[in-house]
Design a protein around this ligand. Structure first.
Ligand SMILES: Nc1ncnc2c1ncn2[C@@H]1O[C@H](COP(=O)(O)OP(=O)(O)O)[C@@H](O)[C@H]1O
Ligand SMILES: [Mg+2]
Length: 262
């Protein structure tokens, strides 16, 4: 149905729609997103936030999506990771056509395969650092002993071995962010989605986090999609994709382009 609120479509929207794919599609990419569109209603207007985005990411790649605030980075991450259904387009992640699946199956797919690192830490106030990590592993049906070992190992990886039994009110902002990262990485996810993972961190802690994400990619074969406007992260990426006003402007930007900002 034609929505009268919709503003005039840009010419780019007239590209042919991608071929429909079955739910169990195969692709050489860890993530193959095509033709992603998303609009939000803002008062009487529809605002087109993603205007037809393709995103192809190889297994083990660490890709940074960079763009100014409001360019659609978080919306793109949500659409690609199964958190928010796009209005159009397809996402094949680990050979699974995710938006063809039921909500419940998508949730299960995310639990089994995806680690999320968000801007806010979303920690439980009453739980210690170790418990914050263990709770996810419990959802994954690990037994108590394995949970404890995996949580300790993940916290050691982010240099928080000495904070294992602290609750969030006894942790600094940087420490909280590192707990959230340990929680995301403890289950050794095949796909890691990070939204401004270093926004609460100083330079040193930012480096710890990005080094860890690189390690996940290079040693465990995880695929990392990180969206940020922090130019300091550019050097950690295999590839930089730039987004502006809901459209990709480059799929292989030169990291040096970002270096002069700092
Ligand atoms: N749930 C929503 N409802 C309405 N507008 C939204 C919603 N989410 C995002 N937007 C708008 O979409 C645009 C892009 O947002 P976002 O993807 O968060 O950008 P970025 O992460 O690059 O800063 C912004 O103008 C934002 O206000
Ligand atoms: Mg954002």
């Amino acid at each position: 149905m034609i929505n009268p609120l919709r503003k005039q479509k840009p010419v780019l929207d007239e590209a042919p729609a991608p071929e429909p794919r079955p739910a169990g599609a195969t692709t050489r990419y860890a993530i193959e997103a095509r033709g992603i569109k998303k609009s939000f209603k803002a008062g009487q207007m529809m605002v087109d936030v993603l205007k037809g985005i393709d995103l192809l990411i190889e297994p083990g790649e660490i890709v940074l999506v960079m763009g100014p605030s409001g360019s659609g980075k978080s919306t793109l991450l949500a659409a690609v990771s199964g958190l928010m259904k796009p209005d159009a387009g397809s996402v094949i992640a680990l050979d699974t056509n995710i938006w063809r699946m039921s909500r419940r199956k998508i949730d299960r797919f995310r639990l089994a395969n995806c680690g999320f690192i968000f801007q806010g830490f979303n920690l439980f106030p009453a739980l210690t650092a170790s418990q914050q990590v263990q709770i996810i592993l419990k959802f994954m049906k690990l037994n108590g002993r394995d949970r404890k070992v995996a949580a300790e190992s993940a916290l050691n990886d982010v240099n928080l071995g000495h904070r294992m039994h602290n609750r969030p009110d006894r942790l600094s902002g940087g420490e909280k962010q590192r707990v959230a990262i340990a929680r995301a990485l403890a289950k050794k996810p095949k796909l890691i989605f990070a939204d401004e993972p270093t926004s609460a961190l100083d330079g040193e802690n930012g480096n710890v986090v990005m080094t860890l994400l690189r390690k996940c990619a290079k040693e465990q074969g995880a695929t990392v999609l990180c969206v940020t406007h922090d130019a300091r992260l550019a050097t950690f990426a295999d590839r930089i994709i730039t987004i502006e006003d809901g459209l990709i402007t480059s799929t292989n930007a030169d990291p040096a382009l970002f270096a002069h900002h700092h």
